[in-house]
Design a protein around this ligand. Structure first.
Ligand code: PEP
Length: 252
């Protein structure tokens, strides 16, 4: 049985004190309630707090992910953070392709290929986000959009690299809007995504692949989503900011 993966994407939220006290409290509760072996829990804090966060979670079953990586090795890229810098502080996971990065920072598929390459070079596990807009869905082009996103990014990589990926299906119309996609809608898309991996890489890859859902998950809807056959967990934004809410989602 694959363990469910629950990721908290804190985006540009939580200062030093909030980050460290949240993590210490979360750890305490998760271990006291013996849920640390049941789920794979990953937290993505902001860059300045990755080091201390990683130290707090050292030796536990929880882990830390960066929210981004720059595509170049190093050089004159003011304000950016490289894969080797993150590895030097022990970070081994990264979120790439988030719709907010694609929208506000114009991350194209070509840039994402470079980001994937450098992340793989430094041995990162990649949580890769894909998902259609509301317009795509209205025009009934959502399957096509998601297929194209995969073909133009991850599908450039060979079979041996694919176990470094977790897919997060995040329909853009559901992110931060309160409009969660229904479990049935998500299940259909996840089944489709899995079938694309089956055709491209074969049965073992497609069975082993974790496909998470993201988009307004909360403690009320998480359980029904996670009960679906092809939903292997969730990427949680807003509802992960309060520890109590995030814990309820973990326990769903
Ligand atoms: C996200 O941004 O990845 C996300 C899923 O956000 P929210 O849960 O707030 O919709």
């Amino acid at each position: 049985m694959k363990k469910k993966v629950i990721i908290a994407n804190w985006k540009m939220n939580h200062d030093f004190y909030e980050t460290t006290s949240y993590l210490r409290n979360l750890l305490k509760i998760i271990y006291e309630n013996k849920i640390h072996h049941k789920k794979k829990i990953i937290i993505a804090p902001s860059f300045p707090f990755l080091h201390i966060s990683n130290q707090i979670l050292q030796g536990t079953t929880l882990s830390i992910a960066a929210q981004n990586i720059h595509q170049m090795e190093n050089g004159s890229y003011t304000g950016e953070v490289s894969a080797s810098m993150l590895r030097s502080i022990g970070i081994k996971k990264v979120i790439l392709g988030h719709s907010e990065r694609r929208k506000y920072f114009t991350e194209t598929n070509d840039i994402l290929i470079k980001k994937i390459k450098i992340s793989l070079k430094y041995g990162f596990h990649i949580i890769f986000c894909i998902g259609e807009t509301g317009i795509d869905r209205k025009k009934e082009e959502h399957f096509f959009t998601v297929k194209k996103q995969l073909e133009k990014t991850i599908f450039h990589f060979s079979l041996e690299k694919i176990n470094s990926f977790i897919i997060a299906y995040e329909p853009i119309w559901a992110i931060g809007t309160g409009n969660t996609a229904s479990p049935e809608v998500v299940q259909l898309m996840h089944q489709y995504i899995r079938s694309l991996f089956l055709n491209k890489y074969g049965e073992t890859v497609s069975n082993d692949l974790s496909i998470l859902y993201g988009g307004s998950i909360n403690d009320m809807n998480a359980r029904d989503l996670f009960l679906q056959k092809d939903i292997d967990g969730g990427l949680v934004g807003n509802s992960s900011l309060q520890m109590k809410n995030f814990l309820k989602i973990i326990q769903s």
